[in-house]
Design a protein around this ligand. Structure first.
Ligand SMILES: [Zn+2]
Ligand SMILES: [Zn+2]
Length: 233
């Protein structure tokens, strides 16, 4: 089991407050010319990620690049419609044991905006970036991330698999994996250990497998289906 990282746990939270903090923008490389004439349907028209570092380090740029590429490649959002804001690092004085309680507190006090409608095609996601680990009952947990609200998750760093963790938690945001083919021992996860939606990470960067790509296509079809007119008698 060496090197195995459990992706995440879940927690429901109440509605969250909004407080303004300054953000800096990370250019996401808008040159999309090689995808010219792209007629694909995407799950979101645009996606904004507000990444708030809960410590001195910031997410790895390569991980963010991988994440944006996979959002594009899996038709979740065109890469030139993805915006990532990285807030200035919050210098929290150690020793600071991150628990789910502190993650939720951090969200409440640092989030600028809130996605009011989870089905909105212009998505807004708050991401806490934690210098790990997350503790539970005084024990550090080997988890890479936590998805705890429909529009928020936390990523634990530093970890080489950060790009996969971002993609995995985003998979939960869009509603994977909820059909009857999901892993019955690990609800909301894929059975395929080579898939990014598997409950744990065995190696480096992984992507959605064929089943999860199909699931995403199904979500797109539902999201993009023309609204039926209600006939009046
Ligand atoms: Zn998960
Ligand atoms: Zn899968």
């Amino acid at each position: 089991m060496r090197g195995v990282l459990r992706y995440c746990t879940f927690l429901a939270v109440a509605s969250l407050l909004m407080l303004a903090t300054a953000c800096v923008s990370l250019p996401t490389g808008g040159d999309d010319s090689r995808f010219g004439g792209d007629q694909r349907l995407y799950l979101y028209d645009s996606l904004v990620f507000e990444i708030a570092p809960m410590g001195e380090s910031v997410p790895d740029p390569h991980a963010l690049r991988y994440f944006i590429d996979r959002l594009h490649g899996n038709a979740i959002c065109r890469r030139d419609k993805v915006t990532i804001f990285i807030a200035p690092p919050e210098k929290l004085v150690p020793p600071w044991q991150m628990t789910m309680h502190t993650v939720v507190w951090f969200d409440k006090t640092h989030r600028q905006l809130k996605d009011l409608d989870p089905t909105d095609r212009d998505g807004y996601v708050f991401v806490s970036y934690i210098e790990g680990p997350i503790w539970e009952n005084g024990v550090p947990k080997a988890i890479g991330g936590v998805h705890y609200a429909h529009d928020a998750f936390a990523v634990v760093g530093p970890d080489l698999r950060q790009g996969s963790v971002l993609l995995h938690e985003m998979g939960h945001v869009i509603g994977l994996v909820s059909d009857d083919k999901a892993d019955s021992d690990h609800p909301l996860h894929c059975r395929n250990r080579n898939c990014v939606m598997y409950y744990s990470a065995w190696s480096g960067y992984t992507d959605f497998d064929k089943d999860c790509k199909r699931r995403i296509q199904r979500l797109i079809r539902v999201a993009r289906a023309p609204k039926r007119e209600v006939k009046r008698r």
